[in-house]
Design a protein around this ligand. Structure first.
Ligand SMILES: O=C(O)CCC(=O)C(=O)O
Ligand SMILES: [Fe+2]
Length: 280
């Protein structure tokens, strides 16, 4: 399997990109409109935040799910036995965020949301008509004015050697949402699973933009766009002494969006958060 690297400005970009999503659940864009300088600034500022102490004043709320999730309460992937080796912060436009970090995060949120709407229209245009006819509304419309789209800043700390056997920076999982937009992290490690169960490195040169299908779009497209399992493996050697920072934007539909005969976006999310152990 090959995750394609597609030039966003190419004439056949939409076709190439959506083919990669259909075949692998992942697609990678270069020459995309997300400013790299903004991404790098966010990585640097948030690394300093995670290295400091005031993060503890932002402990996440079980009710609203915004704020800081420490390594001690970090999520356990569905079906996994160990916690992931990571800490993270959940940013929503209505949620808590350190004031000095707000403007850049919100600018990123806006720009990436705009691109996501365009990519969802590519996805819709390249869905076979017999499947597209059951989309309950245009896909790009599903995320419009959603209050659930989540910007997560992740920090995977340097490894200490004391990690529980078998634990990973991020254990194999599928994303819950419609579509995820992820700028390449500052360190490697992201892998996707192919149909035979092999783990394949996702192209991740600094500056690339990685997009993957989440479970909700798999549900809405009746599996045409698969939500593939992915993970972040632990580095060895020099890499083990470094933090890894990444910035996924999880595009979530409005609560009332009908995904399929079985689920609305709301019922789907509630079920998954309970399974993850971060909500009761
Ligand atoms: O850190 C990464 O590169 C991927 C993170 C991820 O897959 C997730 O948080 O769902
Ligand atoms: Fe993920």
């Amino acid at each position: 399997m090959q995750v394609r690297v597609v030039d966003y400005r190419a004439a056949d970009a939409a076709e190439q990109f959506t083919r990669s999503l259909h075949e692998t659940g992942f697609g990678v864009l270069v020459n995309h409109p997300i400013p790299q300088a903004l991404v790098e600034k966010i990585y640097a500022d948030w690394l300093a935040f995670f290295n400091g102490e005031d993060k503890h004043g932002f402990a996440f709320s079980k009710e609203t799910q915004d704020g800081y999730f420490s390594t001690a309460i970090s999520e356990t992937a569905k079906g996994a036995t160990q916690k992931d080796i990571k800490e993270y912060f959940h940013i929503y436009p209505w949620g808590r965020i350190p004031e000095r970090l707000r403007a850049d995060a919100m600018r990123y949120y806006e720009v990436a949301n705009g691109l996501a709407a365009e990519l969802l229209s590519w996805v819709e245009r390249h869905t076979p008509p017999e499947i597209a006819k059951s989309y309950s509304e245009p896909l790009s419309n599903m995320i419009k004015d959603s209050t659930h789209t989540l910007l997560r800043v992740l920090r995977y700390p340097p490894l200490t050697g004391q990690e529980p056997a078998g634990s990973l920076r991020a254990a194999a999982h599928g994303d819950i949402n419609l579509l995820t937009i992820l700028p390449a992290a500052n360190e490697p490690g992201l892998q996707v699973q192919d149909m035979s169960g092999n783990w394949v490195d996702v192209p991740c040169d600094f500056g690339m933009l990685i997009i993957n299908i989440g479970d909700m779009l798999q549900e809405a497209s009746q599996g045409y766009y698969p939500s593939t399992q992915h993970r972040v493996v632990n580095p060895t050697g020099e890499g083990a002494t470094k933090s890894r920072v990444s910035l996924p934007l999880f595009l979530h539909p409005r609560n009332d969006v009908v995904l399929s005969e079985r689920y609305t976006a709301h019922s789907y999310l509630e079920e998954r958060l309970r399974e993850l152990g971060v909500k009761t």
